[in-house]
Design a protein around this ligand. Structure first.
Ligand SMILES: C[S@@+](CC[C@H](N)C(=O)[O-])C[C@H]1O[C@@H](n2cnc3c(N)ncnc32)[C@H](O)[C@@H]1O
Length: 372
């Protein structure tokens, strides 16, 4: 059992429903995402696909239109599993296989050509073993798609989680908690054009659940865990450039992947705000930023609220010379509100931080080193 499952099963929820009323737009978004990470939809055609943790299957509905040979789904949460079966029942051409279990309990002799595991690994506390389990299920020359999310990319969400804890600390009833949080944060979510989830699902998943506090899995960590046998294929956001002449390109996956890791460390701070891009800064500053954001997570976990202002101030100082004013004003506004006392009304009326969202989760693809 992990943070997702204990939370979802306790309340019999699957708060990952997406609004797909405009299915064409949803399909285009997902297809563009996969193209961007180097996995165009034709790569799914006639292949054996495995999706781990699809929730209610809102993304599966698109991937299935790419005409795979077989599609296997592993979803342990009973509410999500029932929703998944229901969502796919009219489409199933007899080649979709449902498994209501955790990946850890999934037993098969089969191997898969493309394996997707989205929105799951960052919230786990057994990331390395979980990834090894996924790798064992992959066919020769296969592709794995995962997501990462780390203390910098979810830093703003961590701030909201901290505020949410303060606002709802004495409220036992989960529906009442969510109602208060929606009231406080709706003016923030209103600023997001591409929002496809309901506000209550978003608050439940991010602000009431505890899995966000495990999100310390960066693209760097992901590449490191894959690099012995896999080539980094692509990512969204695509923050990388590779000018290497192919005849000089490293043929060992570890060396092939290392320039991506170096670039990541220089650009890591750009994940803090989705409105911000930058060519890079000294890696040591980003390593310090990561440390500060991890300290912030510990302060939330241990409810050490008196250190929060100090950590936020140190984070602002770290970013001061490199990021734009909007980011600094957003952090200042948070410091003010923490100092003066957090209330629903003050959170709702925030002028800068309401528009501040991090890049959250990144998508990454890896191709297994070919057996030639
Ligand atoms: C945050 S949701 C992401 C849903 C969907 N993939 C998406 O990106 O919208 C994580 C999903 O992983 C499932 N899950 C949690 N632990 C799992 C495990 N050990 N094996 C397989 N799935 C798991 C949860 O039940 C949940 O449906």
């Amino acid at each position: 059992m992990n943070e997702y499952l204990s939370f979802y099963e306790k309340y019999k929820i699957s708060p990952v429903v997406q609004n797909i009323d405009d299915f064409t737009a949803h399909r285009k978004r997902r297809t563009n995402l996969y193209r961007m990470i180097g996995v165009p939809s034709i790569l799914f055609k006639d292949k054996n696909i495995l999706e781990i943790g699809p929730g209610g299957g809102y993304n599966t509905l698109v991937t299935y239109t790419y005409n795979p040979k077989t599609y296997t789904l592993i979803e342990p949460n009973s509410t999500g599993f029932n929703e998944l079966k229901d969502n796919l029942k009219d489409l199933n051409k007899g080649n979709i296989y449902f498994h209501n279990c955790m990946l850890e309990d999934f037993k098969t002799e089969r191997k898969y050509d493309v394996i997707m595991c989205e929105g799951l690994i960052p919230g786990l506390n057994n990331k390395k073993e979980f990834i090894q389990n996924i790798q064992k299920l992959l066919n020769e020359n296969g592709i794995i798609i995962i997501t990462s999310a780390d203390e910098i990319s979810v830093f703003y969400e961590l701030i909201r989680k901290y505020m949410a804890n303060v606002l709802s600390q004495n409220i036992e009833n989960i529906n009442e908690r969510v109602a208060i949080l929606v009231k406080a944060f709706s003016s923030h979510l209103d600023t997001l054009d591409g929002m496809s989830r309901s506000y209550s699902d978003w608050c439940l998943d991010n602000l009431v659940g505890e899995s966000l506090l495990e999100h310390t899995f960066s693209m760097f960590d992901a590449i490191t865990l894959f690099e012995d046998d896999f080539y980094f294929l692509g990512s969204s956001p695509d923050i990388f450039t590779n000018y290497t002449w192919y005849k000089e390109m490293a043929t060992q996956s570890v060396n092939y992947n290392s320039p991506y890791k170096e670039q990541f460390l220089k650009k890591w701070h750009t994940l803090i705000d989705y409105r911000y891009i930058d060519n890079g800064r000294d890696s040591s500053q980003n390593l310090e930023l990561s440390k500060l954001c991890k300290t912030f997570i510990n302060a939330i976990k241990k409810e050490e609220t008196n250190s929060v202002v100090n950590i936020l101030t140190a984070i602002k100082t770290n970013l001061q010379l490199d990021v734009n004013d909007e980011i600094l004003k957003s952090i200042e506004e948070v410091i003010d509100i923490v100092n003066s006392g957090i209330t629903v009304d003050k959170v709702y009326k925030m002028k800068y931080f309401n528009k501040a969202f991090g890049r959250g989760q990144s998508y990454l693809s890896f191709s297994k080193v070919e057996q030639i």
